[in-house]
Design a protein around this ligand. Sequence first.
Ligand code: FBP
Length: 528
Amino acid sequence: MNFAEYRRAFQPKCPQILEQVESLQFVQEKELSCDPNIEPLFPHTARQSLLVAKKGGEKLSRVLQIGVVFSGGQAPGGHNVITGLFDTVKKMHPQSKLHGFLGGPDGILQSRSLDLTKEVLASYRNEGGFDLIGSGRTKLESEEHMKRSLKTCQSLGLDGLVIIGGDDSNTNAALLAEYFLANHQATTVVGVPKTIDGDLQSENIPISFGFDTATKVYGELIGNITKDALSAKKYYHFIRLMGRSASHVTLECALKTHPNLTLLSEECLADNTSLLRVVDEIATLIERRETLDRLYGVILIPEGLLEFLPEMKRLIETINELISEGTKEEKIPQKLSGEESKVFSQLPPSIQKQLLLDRDPHGNVQVSQIETEKLLIAMVKKRLEERKKFHGTFRAVPHFFGYEGRSGYPSNFDANYCYSLGSIAAFLVREKKSGYMAACGALHESPGTWEPKAVPITSLMQLEKRKGKKVPVIKKSLVSFSSEAYRTFVARKDAWKWDDDYQMPGPIQLFGPEELADAPPLSLRKSS
Ligand code: FBP
């Protein structure tokens, strides 16, 4: 057998309670509050309760027709959501059917789908990527989009539509759920929390799927680089990590590898840190390490950093407004005024160009395209020369770890978690729980004791300005300063500056001792 065949044979572990396919129900646990600005916009789906799985109730067995779609960026484990969904609906009734919409939400609008059968799914079990049905970033927002989605669900006779996506995609799910209920369409809409960024989390959603695998992939690469830095002793490695606005990925990688310096966007926001202050912090590190005869080091940078530095934040917001008003790229620099124009003009041309790139369909700046690591290297070099306290040669190597973490074989944690989420989504469709996101509690424990839940999507929403208009969206969760992960980081980060306490987590373990192979992300553990 080759590796792929071994991996396909892996049987994901699930919460034991999900085995009670015929007599399992989701019951109300407690009411969750909803933002007062959101409530009037979602008369049918606001004020829903948190649901938890309980054994018992009447025996339910019915044929289900379910549509499933990937939405947004890839995250390892997506295919397992689909296999978990498929296996569960087939156990519920062998004649149940699963339809995969092709190319993301656009597939719903165009009514393009693929019948997902046992044979089709066989070679995708426990595989990374979203290539089974593809994905896309189309935002479902207009009345026309809603109508077309409703028509597609009607024509396929769907009992359920499962949207596997991040915050923006689950916002789509909430809008569709509300629209369908308001228009007496029987299709239940359920969301599944996907994104490597880890920013779709709440009290009841400990983490989105994909985060574990991506950070394990980056952790291996960063660990290898720390060893190279320690061996060659001549380079500073500036490593930008994917993760959009929040710094969860960067924090998790820092806990895994102990780099010399880790920038967290949330800290910069809280301290109102300017770009120059960030540059000075790095310059100080380099100068002091030289006094210890260390002319090398490793620095982690979250990909969304620039959006959190006050002068850059203001600049990006103004550019966003200008783009949403239809201003042409080449005209934007002339329309900037005062301080924003000054900040913009001081940036290297390549960064200026990257800041002006089109926003994604949800109005987000494409931070993955902004080479912050190169900007910092150039600015630090200049600053070291100005301050005249560093006497060695500053050699820096830029890295960006992003796409390589999004489609690899899912870790056991993600393979198990995704399969469980797919299974939970099937139960929610059977019980007609529309407007909910499938979730699992107690993820730091072993999978058998994970706690299946359903979280009302509206309880996660607030109004935000997008493309110049205030619209309901799921609030991105940023790194919390009271989290155990952050507190562990703060307790250790100063020592890491000077002691070179580098750690090499090594490659993802898919087989072998459970404490290695099934390990959850450090950010979830009780003591990191
Ligand atoms: P999602 O929020 O859709 O999960 O996407 C996450 C992400 O991987 C970000 O970390 C990154 O900034 C972005 O997608 C890159 O987008 P694209 O794939 O369009 O280049």
